[in-house]
Ligand binder design. Sequence first.
Ligand code: ADP
Ligand code: MG
Length: 141
Amino acid sequence: MAEPILEVRELVKYFPLTQGILFKRQIGAVRAVDGISFGLHRGETLGIVGESGCGKSTLAKVLMNLERPTAGEVFYKGEEISRLRGAALRAVRRNIQMVFQDPYTSLNPRMTVGDIIGEPFEIHPEVAPKGDRRRAVQDLL
Ligand SMILES: Nc1ncnc2c1ncn2[C@@H]1O[C@H](COP(=O)(O)OP(=O)(O)O)[C@@H](O)[C@H]1O
Ligand SMILES: [Mg+2]
């Protein structure tokens, strides 16, 4: 079988539980994700189901690189992405996105449609250089 597009190996995310105000002591940890592994191949869809608080959102955040894993690895097309930073992380993020249950909440009512659609080009200028941005937004519309 071909290499998976997304592969997760023994992924762990613990959140520290601390006590004290000035001198924070760690008194334990919330084991939000505790050793999950799976592979996802081209054309496949994976659903993750479980009771509230079982770690679904934390897993998604680690996959999106919004949270760093405590341990384990996330491979996107063979590249370990969970500890990338800076330009390398930005490049990978062009290929990964969240689609929220209510997509309209992603739209800022104080911005124009053109500004909303054009905003990602500020973050990824290599996709549409400044001069081409208006044009790129019009093409998308
Ligand atoms: N930033 C955080 N700090 C501490 N605990 C967290 C944090 N985020 C999530 N948790 C805890 O991790 C567990 C898993 O939460 P979550 O991933 O949101 O579950 P789900 O999305 O499946 O409902 C819960 O016990 C939650 O309270
Ligand atoms: Mg959740």
